[in-house]
Design a protein around this ligand. Structure first.
Ligand code: PEP
Ligand code: MG
Length: 585
């Protein structure tokens, strides 16, 4: 039977394939009361799950290479013995019978009982076996919920060509997915501005998020359609539906191919104003996509992936340098804007020397705050950026600026680093340009103070909208409040652009709003002349620019900025966009 889910489409395109389920967090279970006649079938279901777990463990043992440590085999054998232990199997079956409840709940209760026994043990070695028990129980729990074995979560080979359905994904997962040819993904949580969603767009993987509880109804290996254009997921589709989505996908791909015709044309309005279009990148590999659309350069290189690649150390100066040099060479003279590390908030890494976990990471030590607090993370990057600047045009972009003193502190660090490099005999661009992300409302309001100390500004609408509207960008419960047209957001954007114009310094926008062609005309009317976005959005934005006349935009744009009714705003935006056809429909 087909089931349709509606979520938030965060990365366009349509993927048709089979489900590969992933489980990132512990499975949450609730109690379900059963009728007495259903109890034997429930116990049978539990026993089948135990058998599945047993088969999985035997498969692992069978596939351990002979050269590998015998301890691994012994470790798995221990798990197999736990599976066969009466305390687990019979204990759980007894709870199902006595409480007349579902197997998952009974297993959870039994796990708590066993946990208490382990906690009471004085022997330290035995106490550590509690972890093993919980691994075994998670394995059975996954089997009960039709989720593949945990080892598949770590084996990207099995992801190829699949549509990943997960509770949640980390940004690192998303990058690995693309390298292993995942066709699309659908997650229960997440919002359009989460880093995972941004990555999906930049990697060109169709994706839908915010599908609450969807995995309850979706099984491994089932056929599935993900339509990232409209946020729809269809499981076990009827063949007519598959045909419909196939032709929709072909139409979408055809329109995208047509856009390639304007790849070499300048981005220029009908009235002759040149607009700069650059690309956002996440990894060195993204340069290939940037070349396909002839972007003028990199307006935002998010360097967090260099940090995510590690699980226990920070990248060395050489690692940073190698990445930047690779990019400088690939860009052949086009500018590279390197954003200094912006770990924290939604861009978690597995370790941080900051030690404590922030209560509210989005408002905690992230971006430039972390760089100032922990020079050990930041200085190798700064040295590498400067050294690479001897080889090609590079500029520095500082994330999360809140006050001018932060700019001053970074400038002092920059001067000290330059002096160290001179002493070490390294060359670098003495006049390297340093710009700031304007993504905190305070900075946007006081933009006229910042422009006196920076060489350029880049508007980060993802965070600017998050902080202005007080909506956590990764919390899907507040997705509905995400609104780039909110008068406060438009006022702040206008203020930043004016501050830059007044001081005669360039203002660009690198937040997701810059790559959404629905807002291109509005942003032009607000005075924006430089955009940076995921490469795959660039040609659509260019086609809007090349079909727009600046003089005609002002009146509508002013009306949109002043309007306090969201529905009317959308109607006004549609009017402003007259004559533009979205490629997604
Ligand atoms: C932004 O906040 O708009 C931005 C471009 O940075 P990030 O999404 O990486 O926080
Ligand atoms: Mg940001």
């Amino acid at each position: 039977m087909s089931i349709m889910f509606s979520g938030v489409g965060v990365s366009r395109g349509i993927a048709i394939g089979t489900v590969h389920r992933l489980q990132r967090h512990d499975i949450e279970v609730g109690e379900i009361s059963l009728n007495s006649q259903d109890i034997p079938a429930e116990i049978e279901r539990f026993n089948t799950a135990v058998d599945t777990a047993r088969t999985q463990l035997h498969n692992i043992v069978d596939n351990i290479p002979l050269t590998l440590n015998v301890e691994i085999g012994a470790f798995i054998e221990a798990h197999l013995m736990m599976l066969d232990d009466d305390i687990l199997a019979e204990g759980t079956a007894r709870i199902i019978k006595e409480r007349q409840c579902n197997a998952e709940w009974a297993l959870k209760l039994q796990m708590e009982r066993i946990g208490q026994v382990f906690d009471a043990m004085e022997d330290e070695y035995l106490a550590t076996r509690k972890n093993d028990i919980s691994h075994v129980i998670q394995r059975i729990m996954r089997a009960l919920q039709n989720i593949g074995p945990p080892e598949h979560d770590h084996d990207p080979q099995v992801w190829e060509g699949k549509i990943v359905v997960a509770d949640d994904l980390t940004p690192a997962d998303t990058i690995v997915m693309q390298h292993h040819g995942v066709a699309g993904f659908a997650t229960e949580s997440g919002g359009p501005l989460s880093h995972t969603a941004i990555l999906a767009r930049s990697l060109d993987i169709p994706a839908v998020v915010g599908l609450h509880e969807a995995r309850r109804y979706i099984r491994d290996g089932e056929p599935i359609v993900v339509d990232g254009n409209i946020g729809l997921v269809l499981v076990d589709p009827h063949y007519e539906a598959v045909e419909y989505f196939n032709s929709k996908r072909n139409r979408y791909l055809r329109k995208r191919r047509e856009l390639v015709k304007i790849k070499d044309a300048p981005a220029q309005t009908l009235c002759g104003t040149r607009i700069s279009l650059q690309a956002n990148i996440e990894t060195e590999a993204d340069v290939a996509a940037l070349r396909k659309v002839n972007a003028e350069g990199v307006g935002l290189y998010r360097t967090e992936y260099l940090y995510m690649r590690h699980t226990d150390v920070y990248p060395s100066e050489q690692e940073h340098y190698d990445s930047y040099i690779k990019l400088v060479r690939a860009l052949k003279g086009a500018p590279l804007t390197i954003r200094t590390v912006d770990i924290g908030g939604d861009k978690e890494i597995q370790h941080t020397q900051a030690g404590t976990v922030a209560h509210n990471p989005a408002l905690g030590v992230r971006g430039v705050r972390l760089c100032i607090n922990e020079p050990a993370i930041f200085l190798p990057q700064l040295r590498a950026i400067l050294r690479a600047s001897a080889k090609g045009p590079i500029q520095i972009l500082l994330p999360m600026l809140t006050n001018v003193e932060e700019v001053m502190q970074i400038k002092r660090l920059l001067e000290n680093t330059k002096s160290d490099l001179r002493n070490d005999g390294h060359k670098f661009d003495e006049n390297i340009q340093m710009g700031g992300m304007i993504e905190v409302p305070a900075t946007a309001i006081a933009a006229q103070q910042f422009v006196r100390h920076l060489d350029f500004l880049s508007i980060g609408t993802n965070d600017l909208i998050q902080y202005t509207l007080a909506i956590d960008r990764v919390d899907d419960q507040v997705n509905y409040l995400y609104d780039p047209l909110h008068p406060a957001v438009l006022m702040l954007i206008g203020n930043i652009i004016k501050a830059g114009d007044k001081q005669n310094i360039p203002v660009s926008m690198c937040g997701e709003m810059a790559g959404d062609s629905r807002y291109t005309r509005l942003l032009l009317a607000l005075g924006l002349r430089s955009f940076s976005m995921p490469a795959n959005a660039l040609l659509e934005v260019k086609s809007v620019i090349n079909n727009s006349s600046l003089g005609k935009l002002d009146t509508h744009a002013r009306k949109i900025s002043k309007c306090d009714n969201p529905l009317k705003q959308i109607a006004l935006l549609d009017k402003l966009n007259t004559g533009i056809e979205s490629i997604a429909h």
